[in-house]
Design a protein around this ligand. Sequence first.
Ligand code: ATP
Length: 306
Amino acid sequence: MMQVFMPLNFLGFVYREMKGALANIERMFELLDREPLVNDKPEAPALKMNGGTICFDNVAFGYHPQRPILNGVSFEVKPKQKVAIVGASGAGKSTLFKLLFRFYEVSSGEIRIDGQAIDGITQKSLRGAIGVVPQDTVLFNTSIFDNIRYGRVDASDDEVWHAIRLAHLDQFIERLPEKEQTLVGERGLKLSGGEKQRVAIARAILKQPPIMVFDEATSSLDSHSERHILAAMQEIAKEQTTLVIAHRLSTVVDADNIIVLDQGQVVEQGTHEELLEKQGHYSALWLVQQQSQRQSLQRSQRQADD
Ligand code: ATP
């Protein structure tokens, strides 16, 4: 009986909160950049998952026909692999994600999941198979515990706690004034960017989609927060096919494959070691990031000495 009541109860709270949190919802749509630009084909079947292989096959795309953004993009992500997309700002990383969700149609080429072209299946089944950890997570005005349960509304308390531990949020929650019942969101406790991302990770762990896309926060995180996020991401990547837009290269060192995008084209791909050896785009990006990390470390050491 509890199993029936819990989701209804939860949906009740979601409804009440949604009414009061229209700004949040609007922001969520903004974040997803969701525009109803594509329709399902008549009688389109649902996606049939079989491991979670993602294939971008010679994909080209532009938001406007006269301005191509992606050109001849091809790569494959095998089941349970962790693949990172890196590249300078404006290279087209987020655009790749939007195409995977089919918020837009590709101009040419094809995106397939487990061999099925994503424009031939229902959008509902496509999006149901993909979990997202966005840069900025929407929090509802309720307890942190219910915010996490939002990942799967019929999850038991034990399952929510399990996700909390895997997302490395347990110690943080332990220190909150009212522990897991502490209110968060606009009217409650404000969480840092790193804490919000861990809430999103816990939700994703609960949802257990076969494919996970992770848009790493651009804002700088302290090393403590970054360590926790990395550990939580590793938990996800063990079980799911994971695609990460990475802004800090330190988080992709362990990726099975790193795709380097430059001006809408894949210019290199390989593991961290392979790409460093090539001494091309990736190694140049790596050197720049290492240097700026060293500089900020020196700055904070000087401030501590003063
Ligand atoms: P960043 O690291 O800064 O997030 P990115 O690599 O994710 O950058 P995209 O957001 O994919 O890059 O953008 C690629 C290009 O597409 C940019 O030139 C951007 O201005 C353009 N672009 C992105 N979204 C839209 C849109 N909705 N309409 C028109 N152009 C867009």
